[in-house]
Design a protein around this ligand. Structure first.
Ligand code: SF4
Length: 228
């Protein structure tokens, strides 16, 4: 995609959703970190459902350690891979206290020393908690970047490196949210909804999905719109 097309791509996503953010619920960098760790291979909705009552009582690593692994496991058992995740959350809480004075560190290298925290999680925390211009490449971002031709790559790292290079200001900070939301609600994995996509003319994906009959007969109120 050419430079002016990349600008236009993000300009339209921004126009459509001027203040994008994560759909995970959190109250501080620590609860965001925990929520992101819990969200691996799970939906944000399922994480929010389990974390809402948990975060009402627990907002620091010390409180999490006092809760303990067994009680945490019980509280997050509706989330996939909860056994491993409970272990990681307790271990990362211990590491935060031991190595970082109980605070969430602000560099990628430091974040990645924590149990259960990979590059993608670190990028989400840096971006969403600390306002850094990082590009977290999850399954949605990876798909959208490849399908559209915006930032094609064989691995998430390759896509991230391309995004780093091509995303212009003033879109760098929120780019990954726009891409996630676009992938989640419009450029869906199985069937991209090209007929209602604001960047369809800039996207190289072919053939574009035509508007289904059900959408053609729907009233304006009942037709599909983006929800986040
Ligand atoms: S036109 Fe279709 S494939 Fe391209 S970004 Fe939009 S929804 Fe995705």
């Amino acid at each position: 995609m050419k430079k002016d097309q990349v600008f236009e791509f993000f300009r339209r996503l921004a126009e459509d959703n001027p203040s994008p953010t994560t759909e995970l619920e959190f109250s501080n960098p620590y609860t965001l970190l925990v929520a992101v760790v819990l969200s691996a291979q799970a939906t944000d909705a399922s994480v929010n459902l389990a974390c809402r009552p948990l975060f009402a009582k627990i907002s620091t690593p010390q409180q999490m350690i006092e809760l303990g692994e067994e009680a945490l496991r019980e509280r997050i058992k509706t989330i996939g891979l909860f056994n491993t995740k409970a272990k990681n959350v307790i271990a990362l809480s211990e590491a935060l206290i031991r190595d970082f004075g109980g605070q969430v560190p602000r560099t990628r290298d430091e974040l990645q020393t924590l149990p259960g925290v990979g590059r993608k999680t670190a990028n989400v925390v840096l971006n969403t908690a600390f306002g850094e211009e990082t590009f977290a490449v999850d399954t949605h971002v990876f798909r959208v970047c490849n399908r559209t031709g915006l930032a094609p790559g064989k691995t998430p790292e390759e896509v991230e490196a391309k995004l780093e290079k091509i995303v212009p200001q003033p879109f760098r900070r929120d780019a990954h949210h726009w891409l996630i939301l676009h992938g989640r609600y419009v450029c869906k994995a199985r069937t991209p909804e090209c007929w209602r996509c604001v960047v369809a003319d800039l996207c190289r994906y072919k053939p574009k999905t035509p508007m289904p009959k059900s959408a053609r007969t729907a009233t304006p109120e009942s037709s599909a719109t983006r929800t986040g």
